[in-house]
Design a binder for this molecule. Structure first.
Ligand SMILES: [Ca+2]
Ligand SMILES: [Ca+2]
Length: 461
């Protein structure tokens, strides 16, 4: 008997901004035009490893506690040592009879030892039937990269095979030849367009004259309203702007392999008769600053790095429509679980997005969510520069409390690019309301109905 449950193809870019979707034409026609695009999709912590831990477990960072990319407060070993691998979306779906396969980036520092030295790993976490994971920092060197292929480490030459193309080939082979009667869950996480944004030679002539986007927050002239850590950043020099422009173009080139991969896999699903029963989810683990507020990299609460692209097509999903409800990386695991008919464990904070993928979304949805950050001495300098903070984002406001005592408040209606911090002039009522919402979210746990649940804290009106 044919298993009626849907396949799930999850494509996770690395550091892709929501606006980068405008430069992926195949993804536009095959996913955006054929499904639902979320215009307000976010991550609750804008950093690779914490976001990926959230994606695997459906939890806010204060609940999974993988705070950074580096041990001991984060990284692969933190996730491993605390046994978090034993209950992820992969183990839930595998236990329910799904065939599971991961390709690409798992967690930062997988393939390194606890001191950050290269140490080839043959570890395959629970829940994964097939495993093709990146080893080591930044996915290799200029010349080579290494993939753990089901427990065997294989070295590839970058000049021969671009890594995204390799993942596309592995994924296509799986869809065409390996996938059997059981439904599959494919977690496909290429390195693109993360720094250093390696791109395939065939894309070298593209975007050579494309201008760096310069929103009104670009190289913000007056940061006297902002906390000290931003005031410490000088305005970007012309050399820095030129370097950012080159980096932006490299990123767009690297994204083209990802875009071609989407087409290749849609074709493979179509050729094998699987397309109509497959959900395809396209998103990123975080965005990036390319000069907004004088910033580069990620980790802060201003909208360009918690904001992500998110597109979903699949059985019953309306075509070519947008949803403006707040969707989080917390929601991905429970969404996949709901498609597979699995009840997620009680520790999950997120909620299934399935109700938003119908023609009549529910009237009640979250009205706020938490963005959080903790720095540690071992973390990279650009993350360390940002003081600890917790932020609440509502439809109208972004309110940030720093451990330094500094506060930021932006009214996104007149000021969507967050140029003017109005905390000092805001009414005591508004301040108290946002503080109360933030206090509830900072300590929330579990998407159940108890008083301290994240869902209740997010849904307040
Ligand atoms: Ca990332
Ligand atoms: Ca300003």
């Amino acid at each position: 008997m044919v298993d009626p449950r849907p396949n799930i193809l999850f494509v996770l870019a690395d550091d892709m901004k929501a606006s980068d979707l405008d430069h992926t034409p195949k993804t536009q026609s095959l996913l955006v035009d054929q499904g639902v695009k979320f215009t307000k999709a976010w991550v609750s912590r804008s950093l690779c490893c914490p976001s990926r831990a959230t994606i695997l477990r459906g939890q806010y960072t204060h609940n999974h506690k993988v705070w950074v990319n580096v041990e001991p407060s984060g990284g692969f070993w933190n996730f491993f040592d605390r046994g978090l691998e034993n209950s992820t979306v992969a183990t839930w779906l595998s236990a329910a009879g799904y065939d599971t396969i991961l390709m690409g980036k798992y967690l930062n520092r997988y393939g390194l030892d606890r001191h950050g030295n290269r140490a080839p790993s043959t570890h395959v976490p629970p829940g994964w039937d097939e495993w093709y994971a990146w080893e080591g920092l930044y996915g290799g060197t200029d010349n080579t990269y290494e993939i753990n292929e089901n427990g065997r480490v294989v070295t590839y030459q970058r000049s021969e095979t671009h890594d995204t193309d390799l993942h596309a080939q592995t994924a296509e082979n799986f869809i065409r030849h390996t996938a059997g009667s059981a439904p599959f869950f494919m977690y496909l996480a290429p390195n693109a367009p993360h720094d250093p944004a390696y791109y395939a030679p065939r894309h070298a002539s593209m975007f050579t004259g494309t201008a760096l986007p310069k929103p009104s927050s670009f190289n913000e002239a007056d940061v006297s309203d902002k906390p000290q850590w931003v005031q410490n950043k000088p305005r970007l020099s012309s050399t820095q702007v030129s370097n950012l422009t080159q980096f932006y173009r490299k990123r767009l080139r690297a994204l083209q392999s990802l875009d071609e991969m989407v087409e290749r896999l849609v074709n493979a699903l179509s050729d094998t008769g699987k397309l109509s029963n497959t959900y395809i989810v396209f998103t990123s683990d975080n965005g990036i600053y390319l000069g907004e507020h004088r910033l580069q990299a990620k980790g802060a609460a201003y909208n360009a790095t918690p904001r992500i692209p998110l597109v979903i097509r699949g059985p019953g999903v309306p075509r070519g429509v947008t949803r403006s409800q707040m969707a989080l990386n917390n929601d991905l695991a429970p969404t996949f679980a709901s498609w597979a008919g699995v009840v997620p464990p009680p520790f999950v904070d997120g909620r299934s997005l399935a109700p938003l993928l119908t023609s009549s979304p529910p009237a009640t949805w979250r009205t706020a969510f938490l963005v959080e950050h903790r720095r540690t001495p071992e973390e990279f300098a650009y993350v360390r520069a940002i003081p600890n903070y917790s932020a609440v984002r509502t439809a109208r406001y972004n309110y940030v409390e720093y451990g330094t005592g500094e506060r930021e408040l932006y009214d996104l209606n007149p000021d969507p690019t967050e140029l003017t911090n109005i905390y000092n002039s805001a009414s005591p009522t508004l301040r108290a309301e946002l503080k109360s919402r933030l206090d509830a979210l900072k300590t929330c746990s579990r998407a159940d109905t108890s008083a301290t649940s994240c869902k209740i804290a997010e849904n307040r009106r």
